[in-house]
Design a protein around this ligand. Structure first.
Ligand code: NAD
Length: 355
């Protein structure tokens, strides 16, 4: 066995159906008495309900989170937090809401408590993102890692089928890339495999039956594990491609991840043989040659759009993305080959199977 380094994330996790009803008690146990609830405009109503349940410990509601954390939105939120007398930001929502709370925490060192309502995984990482002049930059800082995370699969029942499917595949992408990460380790790999299996079995049920609570539980469990993977080890070619698709072409985050994952794993299918054999097993296919196709077929069965052109990538996109990825690559278990990558991105553009 290879030598490894493993550091557990210092996050207090509460998980259970209906768990969010205990939010006030959990906040008080952790010593938070002056709480600002943060949501997107779309989840304002849910935020208002939560704020009401918190009674006297809720200082206010800030329903202004936006995808990819534009710097203007972040600056206003930081000012608002500084002017309010608060000891904690309670982020109720997906990666966008948690992302805004992270910038507040970065600038003020206030604590974050997160109640994730998608499967994106941001709640388990110390990674933050900020978008300025159409360029998204990311950084890592221990202050932005939530102190407490409350998973309540009941809250995910309101997430529409399409977003549930793409968000779940976004989570799966974190787990998949953890398997062949530069700093992979046996504990994270175990979590990754468990996460992939949980997501693979729960998402097909969820898209047919949004309120199936045992499938929602399983998907939240898979997403939690995937979030730990993302927060613990480095990502590779797939995340580089998706950061380029989101940052430069403004493609929707979860959909870009969902579509592209099939092509990224196909590209890497023979790169880390141990990892890819384990992935094949988790995806229930007989060889690593089939992992890309297995993910493509899973996307198809979930009703996810299959072509990058249908979610906004322009015709010159595949060549541009391949060039940008090769020009400033992340670590990957195999070398970057422009021609091969461009060929795969052309297939992803058209929605053709990876092989
Ligand atoms: P999101 O947070 O933008 O949510 C998508 C939409 O779904 C929003 O309109 C939201 O209001 C709505 N929504 C969320 N939960 C809902 C629910 N339960 N019911 C009904 N509607 C609901 O999407 P996302 O994919 O979770 O997050 C994407 C953002 O998160 C991107 O900016 C991405 O870069 C970031 N992200 C960061 C990290 C990290 O570690 N820093 C990890 C993953 C994602």
């Amino acid at each position: 066995m290879q030598e490894f380094h493993y550091k557990a994330l210092p996050v207090d996790v509460h998980f259970g159906v209906g768990k969010s009803a205990e939010t006030k008690d959990i906040l008080l146990q952790h010593g938070y008495h002056k709480v600002l609830v943060i949501t997107t405009p779309g989840q304002e109503e849910a935020g208002r309900k939560l704020a009401k349940e918190l009674q006297e410990i809720c200082v206010g509601l800030y329903p202004h989170a936006v995808m990819h954390v534009p710097v203007e939105v972040a600056n206003k939120a930081v000012e608002f937090a500084k002017e309010s007398d608060i000891d904690c930001c309670l982020a109720l929502g997906g990666g966008s809401t948690i992302g805004l709370a992270k910038i507040i925490a970065l600038k003020t060192h206030l604590a974050i408590v997160a109640i994730p309502t998608t499967y994106a995984g941001s709640e388990m990482t110390a990674i933050y993102g900020l978008t300025k002049n159409n360029l998204k930059t990311t950084g890592k800082d221990s202050h932005v890692l939530p102190k407490v995370v409350i998973y309540d699969p009941k809250l995910n029942q309101a997430l529409p089928a399409k977003i549930s499917a793409c968000s779940g595949m976004n989570a799966m992408a974190h787990a998949v890339e953890a398997l062949y990460a530069k700093d992979k380790n046996p504990i994270i790999s175990l979590m990754a495999i468990e996460s992939i299996k949980a997501l693979k079995s729960s998402l097909p049920v969820i898209v047919k039956e949004l309120t199936n609570i045992s499938a929602r539980q399983k998907a939240s469990y898979g997403a939690w594990l995937a979030g730990i993977c993302l927060g613990s080890v480095g990502m590779a070619i797939h995340h580089k491609i998706c950061h380029t698709l989101g940052g430069t072409f403004n493609l929707p985050h979860a959909q870009a991840h969902a579509i592209t994952l099939a092509y990224s794993v196909h590209y890497n299918r023979n790169a880390d043989i141990e990892a890819m054999d384990r992935l094949a097993e988790a995806l229930d296919v007989s060889s690593r040659e089939e992992v890309g196709l297995a993910i493509y077929r899973l996307n198809q069965s979930l009703g996810i759009e299959l072509a990058l052109k249908d979610i906004g990538l322009p015709e010159e996109g595949p060549a541009d993305v391949a060039r940008m990825v090769c020009d400033s690559p992340y670590y990957n278990p195999r070398e970057y080959n422009y021609d091969e990558l461009e060929g795969l991105l052309q297939r992803a553009y058209k929605g053709l199977p990876p092989a």
